[in-house]
Design a protein around this ligand. Sequence first.
Ligand code: SAH
Length: 265
Amino acid sequence: MCKFYGAKLIIFFILAQKYIHITMNLSDYLKFDSMKTYGMRLRMVQELKEHMAHERFAYNIKAIEIMQFLPRHLFLNENGLERWVYMLNSVNIDEYQTMSHPSTVLKQTTLLDVSSQDRVLEIGTGSGYQAAVLSHLAKEVYTLERHYNLYFKSRDLFKQLQINNVFSFYGDGFEGLPQFQYFDKIIVTCGAPNLPQSLFDQLKIGGIMVIPIDKENEGQCMYKITKISQTELTYKAYGNFAFVPMLQGVEKSDVYFNSNKNNIT
Ligand code: SAH
């Protein structure tokens, strides 16, 4: 009898590993910290809470808890910039791109309204920080980046952090990932010239897209779009933001592309 239950338990765990993506507990991230980085992050989170209260923005409590544990400094490739990465700032990463400001990450995550069964598509992996935050809220995160170098580094970092429900892709966000449609949620983390039709098509009916769209000569405005039918949507605007632009096509980033050609998945 006992043996029978034992065998059942083993089969359960084998199946669970195959079908359930087990991500680290938040407290497991502490092993990547020094007292200094942990202290700086606690202070950043405190300042972030004050900032959001000042803006009267009702943020997602779970998202800020994730940000409290996630080692944001690892998403930078240069040591010594910890002080910057834990300030309320956007930070430069490779390829003249940026890791979003903590308040932008928190706002976009909140607006996306992610639930634990959601399949999310992110356009603009960049450092991978936003995707890592989402990995603890969603079932799966598909993230797409047009710079090979950034795609490759962030994919490596997800592995190192044992974040195994984020799937990285190198390609053009204007095309999205039709082979994995439909997505419950889509988040765009670069400034789009307009609402890309292909992304709207890949969103489920009832799904939500959070996207900054260029306004003529006025920076970008954040929109939360809800798809109500194949051709209809409702939207709400959430103020001005400053993102790097969403650009057409892909960049090969020669150094990484040549040395790691065989690793493209
Ligand atoms: N979510 C990122 C923010 C990175 S900045 C983070 O947390 O760090 C925006 C990113 O969008 C840049 O890395 C840029 O290369 C990428 N990007 C711009 N246009 C794109 C496109 N058409 N397809 C995919 N990625 C794009």
